[in-house]
Design a protein around this ligand. Structure first.
Ligand SMILES: C[S@@+](CC[C@H](N)C(=O)[O-])C[C@H]1O[C@@H](n2cnc3c(N)ncnc32)[C@H](O)[C@@H]1O
Length: 216
């Protein structure tokens, strides 16, 4: 591992807003009370990378709690450091494999979930790793409150189509969808939050897909 990655990896162990692996299990069912010390709604950002959605939504909605989830510590470091430096107390980070999310969140504990630019895993043997395959969707459904919203933003048209197929197969309810979010929602402050990967895709002229849905 490069020196900077190793330094960041060591440093997040000292950050009060980062929880890693087994340290997160005692918070299951108690994120609001024990981690955030309030009763505000709980929103997750999955595949958060540097956590741009968590940090920016956290700033915009001080009355809500946000947890960015990723397994790469050197990426989480960026968002966590920003939240610490700016004194943003309603944003935390959890370093885990999303496959294990049911070990960290109780049934119906979560109010909303964002998935931001997940790895598309286009090869069919890797469907098991796609964060919107039916196995993952079932887990999200379990931890979401009834009626809780799912948001997906992705540059990858194939991944987007795949997700729409899985939403349809599950008879879930699409509330909003677009294959070009900056064309259809140019003034939307939330949808205009840009992640690290999103900026790279936008520079290449890529359209950005977005879908919001609820589980039925
Ligand atoms: C393409 S990056 C996107 C990062 C960020 N959302 C952005 O848009 O800049 C995908 C991220 O998903 C994370 N990831 C992929 N599969 C994961 C899994 N099963 N559990 C946790 N994190 C995962 C990777 O570590 C990576 O940071």
């Amino acid at each position: 591992m490069a020196k900077r990655k190793l330094q960041r990896f060591a440093e997040i162990g000292t950050f009060k807003n980062v929880v890693q692996l087994d340290e997160g299990k005692p918070y299951k069912g108690k994120w609001k009370q024990d981690f955030f010390k309030n009763e505000n709604p709980l929103i997750l950002e999955l595949a958060c990378g540097k956590g741009e959605y968590s940090v920016n939504l956290g700033k915009k909605y001080p009355g809500k709690n946000f947890v960015g989830i990723d397994y790469k510590g050197n990426r989480i470091w960026v968002g966590a450091k920003m939240a610490l430096d700016e004194g943003i107390e309603n944003v935390g980070f959890l370093r885990i494999q999303i496959q294990n999310i049911l070990d960290y969140f109780e049934k119906e504990e979560v109010d909303e979930i964002w998935i931001t630019f997940p790895d598309p895993q286009p090869q069919s043997p890797l469907e098991r790793k796609r964060l919107t395959n039916p196995t993952f969707l079932e887990k999200y459904k379990t931890i979401l409150k009834s009626g809780g919203k799912m948001h997906l933003k992705t540059d990858n048209d194939g991944f987007y189509e795949y997700t729409l197929e899985k939403i349809a197969e599950g008879n879930h309810a699409i509330e909003e969808q677009t294959t070009d979010v900056y064309k259809t929602h140019p003034a939307d402050e939330i949808l205009s939050i840009k992640t690290h990967y999103e900026r790279i895709y936008l520079q290449k002229g890529k359209n950005i897909n977005y879908v919001r849905f609820r589980f039925c």
